[in-house]
Ligand binder design. Structure first.
Ligand code: AMP
Ligand code: MG
Length: 398
């Protein structure tokens, strides 16, 4: 029984999670850590904030003194040190980020006050206890976990690392990924293809996809459609953390990738997924490593890499939760497809990201159509037609 794409994806994720491969780590300077996967928990080194701080420019007060006219006891700026307690009937002029004096339990925004003279300020409104005060430890108490290991570091994580004084950070090493293109008709880029031949676009597309997903690609020589050609190259591929082959996994007489991989000890977990493009996608485990046989048409290779191989690569790279974020947009014109398969089709999103149109293509070999697209629409297997204005899920184009 062939799997739906989400079931197949879950199978990949579960299988790779259960592999007992130790993950390598390395230490990087903070400036080079963006986009890498954290290999340690990052903890708060002190309370954040480290003292009660004002969230506004205004006056620190005792809330039960307002409304009223208060004596101005002085001023406090961001960067000023510890303060005398605020006496009853007094207000302290305070700047955003400055420490709130003991005794004060609220800050009144400067806009809601009128300065009577140098010594006095009046406030017409009541103040809630705690208002505009960022309490010591309210963001994170000392010792609490700010970022768990297994997180891909985005710009806010870099800020959290800098805030806690990390000049260097422990991250997982990038997994190495072997790419093996197969097919008698495939020629190298620097060869002039005859009409019956095509250039090896998949290896280079896969290398780009792998780099983007956090792996180090190694392109192996193209394998001809014979076991003799395939076996030594697949064996080399299995020395890497992950092996991705393209082509040779359909039902043809010369589709020998799966039998060759079986000979090398790979056990397949699935060999078919109910997606288009990419139905004959095969996934297995051999020598404790994930192995993919992706169908060779470039559109199929791209989509099935994104759906299935990418989460495997991300897990090998230490990421705890691989995601497949899907957006939503509305069709500009009616759209239909045949029931039964979930289709990932080239599409063009409008500049505001709200609407989309389907790009006609000749099928999964059509690289020019892929190049015109800026997204993929995701047509559910159990829905046949959409009217203009109907919402459709959208997958980013890597
Ligand atoms: P296959 O999956 O081997 O049946 O290949 C399906 C189609 O994808 C064939 O028309 C191939 O020519 C094409 N194809 C296979 N490998 C590549 C490659 N490395 N680069 C570009 N196209 C390919
Ligand atoms: Mg082939």
């Amino acid at each position: 029984m062939p799997l739906e794409f989400d079931q197949a994806r879950t199978m990949v994720i579960d299988a790779v999670r259960s592999l007992s491969t130790p993950r390598r780590t390395e230490t990087l300077p903070l400036e080079r850590a963006h986009g890498r996967v954290l290999a340690e928990d990052v903890l708060a080194d002190r309370d954040y904030p480290a003292l009660d701080r004002s969230l506004r420019d205004g006056f620190a007060v005792r809330s039960n003194d307002v409304p009223g006219t208060l004596r101005v006891a002085g001023e406090v700026r961001a960067g000023d040190r510890s303060l005398a307690p605020l006496a009853a009937g007094h207000a302290l002029e305070i700047m955003t980020g400055a420490p709130v004096p003991p005794g004060a339990d609220a800050v009144v925004m400067v806009e809601h006050t009128s300065r009577i003279n140098h010594d006095q300020v009046s406030m017409e409104q009541t103040a809630e206890p705690g208002q505009f005060i960022n309490r010591r430890g309210a963001e994170a108490p000392a010792g609490s976990r700010l970022i768990p290991s297994g997180t891909r570091l985005d710009a806010s994580h870099i800020a959290a690392l800098a805030m806690t004084g990390h000049t260097a950070v422990l991250v997982f090493a990038l997994p190495s990924v072997a790419i093996l293109a197969t097919g008698d008709e495939i020629v190298a880029l620097d060869e002039q293809p005859a009409a019956h031949q095509i250039r090896n676009s998949n290896s280079f597309m896969l290398a780009a996809l792998i780099r983007k997903a956090g792996g180090v690609p190694e392109i192996l020589p193209v394998a001809a459609d014979t076991k003799d050609a395939l076996l030594p190259l697949l064996r080399r591929g299995l020395e890497h953390d992950l092996l991705i082959a393209s082509g040779g996994v359909s039902a043809g007489k010369y589709d020998l990738v799966k039998p060759a991989l079986r000979e090398l000890g790979v056990e397949f977990r699935f060999e078919r997924v109910r997606v288009q493009p990419g139905q004959p996608t095969a996934f297995g485990i051999g020598h404790n490593k994930p192995v993919f046989g992706l169908p060779g048409n470039p559109g199929s290779t791209l989509i099935t890499f994104q759906l299935f191989a990418r989460p495997a690569l991300e897990l090998l790279g230490g990421l705890s939760d691989p995601l497949l974020p899907l957006l939503s947009a509305r069709f500009e014109a009616p759209f239909r497809h045949k029931l039964g398969l979930t289709r990932f089709l080239p599409a063009r999103l409008s500049a505001d990201g709200q609407t989309l149109r389907h790009i006609s293509w000749q099928g999964s070999s059509d690289i020019p159509a892929l190049a015109r697209a800026n997204a993929f629409l995701v047509a559910d297997h159990d829905r046949e037609s959409w009217q203009a204005g109907d919402a459709i899920r959208v997958m980013e184009k890597p």
